[in-house]
Design a protein around this ligand. Structure first.
Ligand code: HEM
Length: 224
């Protein structure tokens, strides 16, 4: 991908298309690469094991703890642009999954990989910056509401899991598609300048790369 695509979408400058469309187009390549990460491919193909999925859940615990702390700060300040939804909150589900997979003493049995620490550090730097928060929240939550649903089915099937997959359940969201449409409308309504919108797209590209680095670390540990 050329440097120019970081600020343009199909030759149209960011700002002349809705932010949600700029995000989708601007991260299409990164999405393909994340989807093709060896760890993700092997996980959904049934080539790994429950321990690999559990390790992914542990990394996601660190990531969502930082992401949702940023969201809570922004919402408390009345500055979340309507992007923080209780229905999306993932930390309680991840904790329940880790307890189901490892027992109540799960905290002593998990560790955070270096790329996950780097990702969480970036999330901690979001501070009260809506541009950065929007990018990271888009990358994770719209992914969980989309491909995450495929991942859940494949992981349950291949590894015979009947518990530990509630991360992918959104019990308060009855129909995912209309919810995603509302989320995109919120993104499109954010009061951002064209330069700030370009900043959201650039940060989302970084968010995808941080996810890929996490999958690389996971792939190096889980080499069945
Ligand atoms: C096996 C892995 C994956 C599969 C099968 C997958 C599949 C999909 C599919 C089918 C969609 C389109 C849904 C729609 O149009 O409503 C989608 C959207 C999305 N995915 Fe993934 N995905 C995977 C991995 C990931 C990863 C690792 C991330 C980022 C961490 C991610 C982030 C996203 C985002 C942000 C969207 C929304 C795109 C948009 O409409 O703007 N996905 N995914």
């Amino acid at each position: 991908m050329s440097a120019a695509t970081h600020t343009t979408v199909d030759a149209e400058p960011v700002g002349t298309v809705p932010l949600s469309a700029a995000l989708r187009a601007g991260t299409r390549q990164e999405h393909t690469e994340a989807e093709r990460s060896s760890f993700v491919e092997r996980l959904v193909a049934g080539e790994l094991d429950v321990a690999a999925y559990t390790d992914l859940a542990a990394q996601q615990h660190a990531v969502y703890t930082a992401l949702e702390a940023a969201g809570a700060r922004l919402r408390a300040a009345g500055a979340d642009g309507g992007l923080v939804f209780d229905e999306l909150e993932r930390v309680p589900a991840i904790k329940a999954d880790l307890a189901a997979l490892l027992g109540d003493g799960w905290r002593a049995q998990v560790r955070v990989l270096p790329a996950t620490t780097a990702y969480a550090t970036r999330l901690q730097a979001v501070g009260d910056d809506l541009v950065l928060y929007a990018a990271h929240a888009y990358t994770r939550y719209l992914g969980d509401l989309s491909g995450g649903q495929v991942l859940q089915r494949m992981i349950a099937r291949h590894y015979g899991l009947t518990a530990g997959l509630s991360f992918y359940d959104f019990p308060q969201i009855h129909r995912l598609k209309p919810f995603k449409d509302v989320y995109r409308e919120r993104l499109d309504a954010l009061p951002l300048t064209p330069a700030q919108q370009a900043g959201v797209v650039a940060e989302a590209q970084l968010a995808f790369r941080l996810n890929r680095a996490m999958f690389t670390d996971l792939g190096a540990v889980h080499v069945r």
